[in-house]
Write a protein that binds this ligand. Structure first.
Ligand code: AMP
Ligand code: GLY
Length: 425
């Protein structure tokens, strides 16, 4: 069969890496792809936001299955458009992707259905925002979140009233993230451990993927600004069997069931970004797609054919293709351009990858890279993800960090404490 992956990041390289191993796949395309994906798939120069272009390409090339990485085309209705042409595509419809596309929708949905989430208020205007802050209903710190998509940067943790007012001002009045800040959610701040919990849903039934833990802050010790994710490990060290059952029962099942009842059948990956608190797991956000970088450690543990699972979800028979996983640990450390996520340069030559790939078991996923002749250049904030899966988390991380010592480009930066999480702290 012919498969098209939409996207260009480390997540898409991980999907391409896994999908290319399926004996069923005869031809793999990725639009637009990147320097590393081009080694295992054919890169197609179409932007991931070009829904018409992608649909026409899939029709012309008779693509049997399209798999969408990023949230933007999903929230803009790529699945609906493909289906109008009878094209098979994995992901939620536009109406279901609202769970990620609008935080206001997601919060109201959770409130309606008693799905655990931090307490919140919605502001439709800056004045309403300031009034909520002044009312004293929320203590500090609190979180101010843009309603719409803001590339993971729209949640601002505010330590005091002044900072919170600044956040409302920058999101709603300066429109730092454009119309994403037309409305904001003002939310109670939760303490606990974060976890990324993903399931593949066919609209009615789900199969859980292995648990993961992302590391969102730019610097060691969870310091610095939030990024798209600087590294991830699997399994999450903080989800035991009891917590796992609670997540499924109080969050995953009600989400999929209530979405169906509301006429928004949820097909695709449902990603719940959780805070594991003393009162149990609570949803900080939903994503309507695979995580990045969480997909990287997940595919390293996946033993089943991913194509069967994704096609099973589209055909609404997901349980016929149960997923199997190894019982090892896995991890992925993101190598970023210096200055990411704020300001960084591109076009730096990446050296040393040939030495890394000689070490068996290490997989380098490309994110922001491009080929120029024989050279591999940086082309984004997150540049590479170095992954491995070994018996223990310690062995996994040692292997990854050994591999990282060979890689070099000007001003490169990575966290040295991925997977070092302990119960305390
Ligand atoms: P979100 O985009 O809603 O996932 O928020 C991005 C990040 O901000 C999360 O991964 C958390 O690290 C942090 N965050 C968001 N909401 C809260 C909250 N209510 N309490 C504590 N931290 C939060
Ligand atoms: N790593 C966080 C995300 O994919 O949203």
């Amino acid at each position: 069969m012919k498969v098209l992956i939409v996207g260009s990041g480390g997540r898409e390289h991980a999907l391409a890496w896994k999908i290319s191993q399926s004996t069923k796949v005869k031809k793999l395309y990725c639009a637009p792809g990147n320097g590393g994906i081009g080694e295992i798939a054919e890169n197609v120069s179409l932007k991931d936001s070009d829904i018409q272009g992608l649909r026409d390409f899939a029709s012309k090339e008779k693509i049997d299955l399209t798999v969408v990485g990023p949230e933007v085309p999903l929230t803009h209705g790529i699945v609906d458009e493909f289906e109008k042409k009878g094209l098979k595509i994995f992901g939620p419809h536009k109406s279901a992707a609202q769970l990620e596309g609008s935080k206001v929708f997601a919060k109201n949905f959770m409130q309606r259905h008693k799905i655990p989430t931090p307490g919140f208020k919605i502001a439709d205007s800056p004045q309403q925002g300031y009034d909520i802050l002044n009312s004293g209903e929320f203590s500090f710190p609190l979180v101010v979140k843009a309603d719409g998509l803001a590339s993971g940067k729209g949640a601002l943790v505010c330590r005091n009233l002044n900072k919170a007012q600044e956040a409302v001002h920058s999101l709603m009045e300066e429109r730092k993230f454009g119309k994403a800040g037309k409305r904001v959610v003002i939310e109670e701040f939760l303490r606990g451990k974060e976890a990324s919990f993903m399931v593949i849903s066919d609209g009615v039934k789900v199969i859980p993927m292995v648990t993961t833990m992302d590391h969102k802050a730019a610097f060691d010790g969870d310091k610095g600004p939030n990024t798209g994710g600087m590294g991830a490990i699997s399994p999450s060290p903080f989800i035991d069997q009891e917590m796992y059952n609670q997540i499924i029962k109080s969050i995953i099942f009600p989400t999929v069931t209530r979405m169906l009842e509301e006429g928004r059948k949820y097909k695709g990956v449902l990603y719940a970004g959780l805070m594991l608190t003393e009162e149990g797991p609570k949803v900080l956000e939903y994503n309507c797609r695979f995580g990045d970088p969480e997909t990287q450690p997940q595919v390293l543990r996946m033993e089943s054919d991913l194509v069967d699972v994704l096609a099973g979800a589209v055909d609404e028979k997901v349980l016929e293709s149960e997923m199997e996983w190894n019982h090892q640990a896995s991890g992925c450390v993101v190598v970023a351009s210096g200055g990411y996520p704020i300001k960084y340069e591109k076009g730096k030559e990446i050296k040393g990858l040939d030495k890394v790939t000689q070490d068996s078991g290490v997989v380098v996923f490309h994110a922001g890279t491009r080929k120029e002749g024989q050279k591999l250049l940086t082309d984004g904030g997150r540049v590479l993800g170095v992954g491995a899966s070994e018996k223990s988390l310690k062995e996994t991380m040692n292997k990854i960090y050994r591999a990282l010592s060979h890689i070099d480009f000007e001003a490169m930066h990575f966290r040295r404490d991925i997977g070092a999480a302990r119960e305390e702290g």
